[in-house]
Write a protein that binds this ligand. Structure first.
Ligand SMILES: NC(=O)c1ccc[n+]([C@@H]2O[C@H](COP(=O)([O-])OP(=O)(O)OC[C@H]3O[C@@H](n4cnc5c(N)ncnc54)[C@H](O)[C@@H]3O)[C@@H](O)[C@H]2O)c1
Length: 321
């Protein structure tokens, strides 16, 4: 890989870690973000990283649905990494039209502009939500999709947009189906937030944590550093057409297990408040990530204990800022 990489949603949780990794590897990076959930502070080290590693960093404030902004953003790029989306199942249930417009419509715009600008590689952040409540676990890419929310529907439609362009030979695409990503910078700010970030923020503040359902539902948690590694490999690996790949650890973990580990890190009990399970939430989730290993040589390298420790350290630092 070489040249300029566009990261849409680069001010967000995953996107900002990707920007740091690309700049550290000496690439030029351009971000397109409207800061709807992303933050400028996530990119505060970007200029310095670019200077230290001989690259350039550019930030474009704008909406991925804007043709003008997207045309400017893809200009001269060697690859697009498209992460911008309404990244929440709950939010999508509240605003299905807006979610479809940003998450699918924004992808249509990004793919179209990438084709017009002759950008050869397009990487999409998709989601395990496309599987719904899978009948067989671990779930592999060959399982029939069964979206249970407007978020999942929009991600599946975005994948199909990438696949259609790749099938027509207009670019090569990699759709990465992330499982439950966690790590530093994940915003704990709302009920929509990732569960580990909510638990961490509450535990850091000595506040009770809210558990939806009985807490025995499982998720496949994957550390953000591993997800960034999968994205970087997806940008680099030569292949033709489209590849759709699970990005998960392959290990199921219950909410109660996460809480137990967090109590160890916090050095004491954490009060739990149980509330009714949320609509659109699935019961169990676990990735079969063998295809990502085969295509990208990628496996999740971080243990849950190691990833939680790093994440906890970040929340501790942040609570003392
Ligand atoms: N975090 C996870 O567990 C997870 C799991 C599966 C898939 N994903 C996907 O990964 C991607 C990144 O997620 P994240 O967790 O970093 O979320 P995030 O909310 O932190 O990042 C999304 C970014 O996109 C930007 N954005 C949103 N709408 C935009 C628009 N219309 N125009 C321009 N920018 C816009 C936001 O400001 C933000 O910076 C998303 O596509 C999400 O659906 C995340």
């Amino acid at each position: 890989m070489g040249g300029l990489i566009l990261v849409t949603g680069g001010a967000g949780f995953i996107g900002s870690h990707l920007v740091d990794a690309l700049l550290t590897a000496g690439h030029d990076v351009r971000v397109l973000d409207d800061f709807s959930t992303g933050k400028k502070e996530n990119l505060r080290g970007a200029e310095a990283l670019a200077a230290a590693h001989g690259g350039h960093f550019q930030l474009i404030a704008g909406d991925v649905r804007s043709e003008v902004k997207m045309r400017d953003a893809v200009d001269g790029c060697a690859a697009v990494c498209h992460l911008a989306a309404v990244a929440s199942v709950t939010q999508s249930l509240a605003d299905p039209v807006g979610t479809g417009s940003v998450t699918h419509g924004g992808t249509v715009n990004a793919v179209r502009m990438a084709i017009d600008a002759d950008v050869p590689r397009f990487v999409l952040a998709s989601s395990c939500a496309v599987y719904g409540d899978a009948a067989r676990l671990p779930v592999a890419e060959a399982s029939a999709p069964h979206p249970l929310s407007p978020y999942a529907e929009a991600k599946l439609a975005a994948e199909e947009t990438c696949a259609a362009a790749a099938d027509a030979g207009q670019l090569t695409a990699v759709c990465l189906r992330f499982f439950n990503v966690y790590g530093p910078r994940q915003d704990p700010g709302s009920e929509y937030s990732g569960v580990i970030s909510r638990f961490m923020a509450a535990a850091s503040a000595g506040a009770p944590v809210t558990v939806y359902g009985d807490g025995r539902q499982t998720r496949d948690f994957v550390y953000v550093g591993d997800v960034v590694e999968a994205l970087v490999r997806a940008l680099q690996r030569p292949h033709s057409g489209v590849a759709t790949l699970n990005v998960g650890s392959g290990t199921p973990t219950s909410m109660l297990d996460v809480l137990g580990r967090l109590e160890e890190l916090a050095g004491g009990p954490i009060e739990r408040r149980f509330e009714e399970a949320r609509s659109g939430d699935i019961r169990e989730s676990r990735a079969d990530a063998r295809r990502a290993e085969w295509v990208l040589g990628w496996v999740a390298g971080e243990t849950l204990a190691g990833g939680l420790k790093k994440t906890w350290a970040w929340y501790q630092e942040r609570s003392h800022d």
